[in-house]
Design a protein around this ligand. Structure first.
Ligand code: SAM
Length: 316
């Protein structure tokens, strides 16, 4: 049976942003179930005991992801068993896409630092940052949508990260409230969620439209300025989205670069080689900042969702 086609406007976007040599693999990724990745959570139980329990399960064959401690994948047909495993229920492991984890790898949080997650719910990245901080330092997480805020708090409790300071606030005003305060800021911005599209489920794009992309871009531009204002001199800002649209990615960063003389774009060195391409330097006839070549576009594949990452540093 023929699968439903992706929306025409989205296909045009793929034509424009995916290199021709990657296009067949990208198209194929929309037609198949993907591998499921997860990380062992050192804030809950002992990772080696959790892994022993998983490998003893007759239906699970976790494969270690090279270069990153405590991260594993299972093939698509094992997703159900993994999701229902007691360790997933009680927070000893957390199911999270490799692209999503890559935002935390690129942020590179350190124990003892003061860190802000400016768009935090449901808390997948917040809890990973907390794990990497090993209980040392201070982590603040912001989320303005009430139901999502409560879900964030519940998830952090379940994942052994109840010590994270949570704030029910609009991220746009946080920079003004806490200027130059944080060593690192993660802005995993609200976006048009293009990464969730799959031809196996037309509902996956039911809420998407070019207008949603424009509206998201407007909010992202405000949030990135707030995130930048909250950053200490010398601090690192990691901007990410699960969108493929340049309006939500390179153009948002380009806007900040045009305004702020004291910001640089740093290369993102991911510990695990993911299918990735450099940020775009042109869009619809407009030249963008050459430094955007350091931004990373993770391509959708059997192991990854589409993702955009850009690591910025404020001059010391
Ligand atoms: N980082 C999260 C994770 O890994 O679990 C996912 C974040 S999701 C992509 C973006 C979040 O931003 C959503 O929870 C959304 O409700 C929130 N958001 C929407 N508007 C916002 C605003 N004005 N300020 C801060 N966050 C906002």
């Amino acid at each position: 049976m023929e699968l439903p086609s992706l929306p025409p406007a989205f296909l045009q976007l793929l034509d424009a942003v995916v290199p021709a040599s990657d296009r067949a693999a990208v198209d194929h990724s929309y037609t198949t179930l993907h591998w499921t990745s997860f990380r062992l959570n050192p804030l809950k139980g002992h990772p080696e005991d959790t892994l022993a329990e998983l490998t003893a399960h007759p239906a699970l064959t976790p494969q270690a992801v090279e270069g990153v401690d405590g991260v594993f994948t299972v093939p698509p047909e094992q997703r159900e068993q993994l999701t229902h495993h007691p360790a997933a229920g009680d927070g000893r492991l957390y199911i999270q896409g490799l692209s999503s984890m890559a935002a935390v790898w690129a942020l590179d949080p350190q124990p003892g630092e003061e860190i802000l997650d400016l768009a935090a719910a449901p808390g997948g990245k917040t809890s990973y940052i907390a794990a990497r901080m090993q209980g040392q330092g201070r982590l603040a997480a912001v989320e303005p949508v009430k139901a999502r805020f409560h879900r964030l708090k519940a998830n952090l409790q379940r994942l052994g990260a109840g010590h994270v300071h949570t704030y029910l606030k609009d991220g746009v005003i946080v920079g003004r409230l806490t200027p130059q305060r944080f060593d690192r800021v993660l802005l995993d911005a609200p976006c048009s969620s293009e990464a969730q599209f799959t031809r196996l489920d037309p509902e996956s794009w039911a809420h998407w439209s070019p207008k949603k992309v424009k509206d998201s871009a407007r909010l992202q531009s405000k949030l990135i300025r707030s995130a930048y204002q909250a950053l200490k001199p010398g601090g690192v800002l990691l901007y990410s989205t699960c969108s493929l649209s340049p309006e939500e990615n390179e153009l948002v960063v380009d806007g900040l670069l045009r305004e702020q003389a004291d910001v640089t774009v740093e290369p993102v060195a991911l510990p695990q080689p993911l299918p990735q391409r450099a940020g775009l330097l042109h869009w619809q006839g407009q030249a963008l900042a050459p430094a955007l070549a350091h931004a990373v576009r993770i391509l959708p594949s059997a192991h990854t969702d589409a993702f955009f990452l850009c690591r910025l540093r404020k001059a010391a």
